[in-house]
Design a protein around this ligand. Structure first.
Ligand code: S3P
Length: 433
């Protein structure tokens, strides 16, 4: 697949008040749980991204009526936990690991068979982390060689609850097991090595499910129903992250990001940037759809390199491309450890970020589970995003500190999580064509 490219170069200092699109994780779950509920739910702030639209389209294929009265809004006519029906053909999750892994859990518990497929990147991502524990519950899912998609899910299996400790900290795996657990005999308990985002637990509770949870632990009883409820999706911290870093590294910048979701399991980058000396203040703190939100006011500040605390890694798992750029523009090296999971995201984010920064003239030493970034003057170059949305946006940010031009290849996947990024960035002062 070849796609669009960006030519990015230093613009002006960054200014403005920005509205960031809805949270991807919350949007996926909102449509899934509303579809399974009894009654009609309205979702506001739904992310109009390719990933989340793919999930909505899959539920339509499974027999759920979903209306779009206006952009970022959905009205979902829930069919109840037992109301999904077999789709005609394969269900295409696009680029979305969240879509595929959560659906694996849900569809393994249905009476009918399903096939889950994805794009070239998703087709290389590991699925055994869900299929193995689901098999322990009694699910039957065939993968391709090496545990890769497509997933052929055989319905009609009676599932048993399990008490399972995850091998890797993964909200996607936890959520897949909890969704299967809704249909299982007895209790399903998931324990995590490090706490991960708890949107599934919080949202199932909001949909009336009796679920017990605390950081690193969740337990629910099978056989429960969901009650329709309206969902207000907060702005996605992971999308805001690119502007947090950009305004921190471009002299003279002063940006306000309005009402960004600040779930503590998502905001590790905020802590890391503050350790580096970033000037980020919070104003108008409140809650939105049960999630903490606040305006983030970011001003340029000279950054210094840090050793990123390993305990922060799960709370900033999607923010490493942005962090690498902050590190590239800091004083002194930044060390990342305990982040091997980055190698199995939409791309191998350690390898691809290291390669890109080297192209721009920096030294980056890579290890199996991390990297050391040595900052320096950034020159222009040609960057392969490897069709990874966050790599493309990270290098658009880096380009704002480059002498010369950065050409960023294959940026179409930016629409998976942040449609409108380029327009918003240009309006703020980015040099981006
Ligand atoms: C997500 C969980 C994380 C994250 C992904 C979204 C979710 O993946 O990287 O972008 O919505 O549950 P893992 O659970 O595999 O770490």
């Amino acid at each position: 697949m070849s796609g669009s490219n960006w030519r990015a170069s230093a613009g002006t200092s960054l200014r403005g008040t920005l509205a960031i699109p809805g949270d991807k994780s919350v949007s996926h779950r909102s449509v899934m749980f509303a579809a399974l509920a009894d009654g009609t739910s309205t979702i506001d702030g739904f992310l109009e991204g390719d990933d989340t639209r793919a999930t909505a389209a899959i539920f339509a294929q499974l027999g759920v009526r979903i209306e779009t009265p206006s952009a970022s809004q959905r009205i979902v006519h829930g069919v109840g936990v037992d109301g999904l029906r077999a789709a005609e053909g394969p269900l295409d999750c696009g680029n979305a690991g969240t879509g595929m892994r959560l659906l694996a859990g849900l569809l393994a518990a249905q009476r009918f068979d399903s096939v889950l497929v994805g794009d070239a990147s998703l087709s290389k991502r590991p699925m055994r982390r869900v299929t193995v524990p689901l098999a322990k519950m009694g699910a039957r899912i065939d993968t391709q060689e090496g545990g890769l998609p497509p997933l052929h899910i055989h319905g009609g299996q009676a599932l048993q609850g399990i008490d399972h400790t995850l091998d890797v900290a993964s909200a996607q795996v936890k959520s897949a097991l909890l969704l299967a657990g809704l249909y299982a005999q007895g209790d399903t308990i998931v324990r995590e090595p490090h706490p991960t985002r708890d949107y599934t637990e919080r949202m199932l509770h909001a949909f009336g499910v009796d679920i017990e949870f605390s950081p690193g632990y969740a337990r629910l009883r099978g056989g429960q129903r969901l009650r329709a409820t309206d969902v207000a999706v907060p702005a996605d911290f992971s999308s805001a992250a690119f502007f947090l870093v950009a305004a921190s590294i471009v002299p003279g910048s002063d940006v306000r990001l309005r009402q960004v979701g600040l779930n503590p399991r998502r905001t590790g980058l905020l802590q890391a940037l503050r350790m580096m000396g970033a000037d980020i203040r919070e104003e108008h703190a409140g809650t939105h759809g049960g999630e903490p939100v606040a305006d983030l006011l970011v001003r340029y500040a000279p950054l210094r390199g840090i050793e990123v605390p390993e305990a922060l890694v799960p709370d900033m798992i999607d923010e490493f491309p942005a962090l690498f750029i902050a590190a590239a523009c800091a004083e002194g090296p930044t060390v990342v450890r305990g982040a091997a999971e980055l190698r199995v995201k939409e791309s191998d984010r350690l390898g691809v970020m290291a390669a890109g920064l080297r192209t721009l003239g920096l030294r980056v030493d890579e290890t199996a589970d991390g990297a050391t970034i040595f900052p320096g003057a950034l020159g222009g170059g040609d960057i392969a995003s490897q069709h990874d949305h966050r790599i493309a946006m990270a290098f658009a940010v880096a380009a704002q500190r480059v002498t010369g031009e950065v050409r960023i290849r294959d940026v179409d996947t930016v629409a998976t999580s942040f449609p409108g990024f380029a327009e918003l960035a240009r309006g703020t002062g980015f040099g981006l064509g």
